[in-house]
Design a protein around this ligand. Structure first.
Ligand code: PLP
Length: 378
C-alpha cells in the first residue's frame, strides 16, 4: 500500500533549501487550523470534567453528546434526527479514512469518487480500500460543481462530496444536492457530504445547506444511501477536542456502529462532556464567523477577491504555483500551499490555497505583504 505524501510534507520539501527574508516575521497561511483560543467556557467544561476519566468511553458515545448534536442539526438544518441516525466520532478525519474501508469491504472491485481538489484523507481511504478512484474535477469552468456521466456514476460504490469546499470555498445549492440524492437512490451508491465548513458562513440568508435537508425535500425521509459529516474543529476553534458526527441512513449506521466497536476510536468522556457544551452553544460560533467575515473583507480590499459564502480559504489563481510559493517565502517570509498538492490530474495547477485563520490585524499585515509580492511577480 503506497500512500501519497501529505501536502505539508511536499511543501516542506519545496521550501527546504530556501532562506526566507528575515526582515519579516514568518507567516503561515497554509493550514486549515483556526489560530484562536478555544472559547473559555469550553476550556472550563473540560477542566471540570476530569473526574470522568475513570470510565471507559462507549464507542456509541454518551447520550448527552448525541442529544447536543441532534439539537444542533434540528436548529441549524431543521432536520430532526433519531438516536439511531447519528454517531458521534473522534473528529471526522478518522471516519473519512475508515468508513470507506467499512463500506467497500465486501465489494470486489470498489469504485470511489470524490471532489478534486480534496482533503487528502479521501485519497488515503481509496488507497487503503484498493478502490478505483474517479476524480470529480472542480474547475472555474464548471463553477466548482462536479460533472459526471450516469454511465460512470453507475459504477460508483461511494461518492464523497465536500460542500462548503476545501480548498475552493465553493458552495452547492439544495437543488444540486437533491439531484445527487436522486442519483444515489437510482444507482444505489453511498453518498457522503463532508460538511465540516458548514458553520463558517457570512450571510444569514445564505447559509450552506446540508445533504440531510436535500434528502427531506425530495421525500427521502429515511436518508437512504445518504450520510453527512460535521465537526466542531472549525466551528468552535477546537480541533484538539476531536468531536464530529456522522449522520443519515440508519441501516448503514447500524452496521458501521458494530465496525466502530472494533476500531476503538471512542472519545474520552471528559471530551464528550465538553463537546456537548460546545455543540449546544451558538453564540461563540457567531463570534468566529464575524472574524472570518472581517478577514475576507480585508482580503477583498487588498487582493480584490470575491468573498465566498463560506469557509476560510482563498483559492487564488497564480502563475506557476510552486515557483510562486518558493519566491513568496524567500522574499516575504510567507508560506502558502500550492494548489497542485491538493489536486490530481492537473487540478489545482496555477492555484494556491490561503487559509485566513489569524486575527484581522495579522491578516491585514500579511495580505499587504502578499500584495506587494504579487506586484513584482512575473
Ligand atoms: C474538508 C475537511 N474534512 C474533514 C476535516 C477533518 O476535520 P476534523 O477531523 O477535525 O473533524 C478537515 C480538516 O481540515 C477538512 O478540511
Amino acid at each position: 500500500m503506497t500512500f501519497e505524501k501529505y501536502p505539508f510534507e511536499k511543501l516542506n520539501i519545496l521550501l527546504k533549501d530556501i532562506t526566507p527574508n528575515n526582515k519579516y516575521e514568518q507567516s503561515s497561511l497554509t493550514i486549515g487550523e483556526p489560530q484562536f483560543d478555544t472559547p473559555q467556557f469550553i476550556q472550563d467544561e473540560l477542566k471540570n470534567s476530569t473526574e470522568l476519566l475513570n470510565k471507559y468511553p462507549k464507542s456509541a458515545g454518551e447520550d448527552y453528546l448525541k442529544e447536543a448534536m441532534i439539537s444542533f442539526t434540528s436548529k441549524r438544518f431543521n432536520v430532526n434526527l433519531e438516536f439511531s441516525e447519528i454517531i458521534p466520532v473522534f473528529g471526522t478525519r478518522e471516519v473519512l479514512f475508515n468508513f470507506p474501508q467499512f463500506a467497500l469491504f465486501d465489494v470486489k472491485e470498489p469504485v470511489m469518487a470524490f471532489t478534486n481538489p480534496f482533503y487528502q484523507i479521501y485519497e488515503g481511504a481509496a488507497t487503503a480500500c484498493r478502490a478505483k478512484t474517479i476524480h470529480l474535477d472542480l474547475t472555474k469552468q464548471n463553477n466548482y460543481l462536479p460533472q459526471i456521466s450516469d454511465e460512470e456514476l453507475k459504477t460508483c460504490n461511494l461518492v464523497i462530496l465536500n460542500y462548503p469546499n476545501n480548498p475552493t470555498s465553493a458552495t452547492i445549492t439544495k437543488k444540486e444536492l437533491e439531484k445527487w440524492v436522486q442519483k444515489a437512490l437510482k444507482f444505489d451508491f453511498i453518498l457522503i457530504n463532508d460538511e465540516c465548513y458548514s458553520e463558517l458562513y457570512f450571510d444569514e440568508n445564505k447559509k450552506p445547506v446540508s445533504l440531510l435537508e436535500a434528502c427531506i425535500s425530495i421525500g427521502n425521509n429515511s436518508f437512504k444511501n445518504c450520510l453527512v459529516l460535521n465537526s466542531i474543529s472549525k466551528r468552535s476553534s477546537a480541533p484538539g477536542l476531536r468531536s464530529g458526527f456522522i449522520a443519515g441512513d440508519k441501516d448503514i449506521l447500524k452496521e458501521y456502529m458494530k465496525y466502530r466497536t472494533y476500531v476503538g476510536c471512542a472519545s474520552p468522556i471528559p471530551l464528550q462532556k465538553t463537546a456537548a457544551a460546545a455543540w449546544n452553544d451558538e453564540v461563540h460560533v457567531q463570534g468566529f464567523r464575524d472574524i472570518y467575515k472581517k478577514n475576507f473583507e480585508i482580503a477583498q480590499d487588498i487582493l480584490g477577491i470575491n468573498i465566498p459564502e463560506a469557509t476560510f480559504y482563498i483559492w487564488l489563481e497564480v502563475n506557476d504555483e510552486e515557483r510562486f510559493t518558493q519566491e513568496l517565502y524567500e522574499q516575504k517570509n510567507i508560506k502558502v500551499l500550492p494548489g497542485s498538492y491538493l489536486g490530481r490530474n492537473g487540478i489545482g495547477k496555477n492555484y494556491i490555497r490561503i487559509a485566513l485563520v489569524e486575527n484581522s490585524t495579522k491578516t491585514k499585515e500579511v495580505l499587504m505583504r502578499l500584495k506587494d509580492f504579487i506586484k513584482g511577480y512575473k
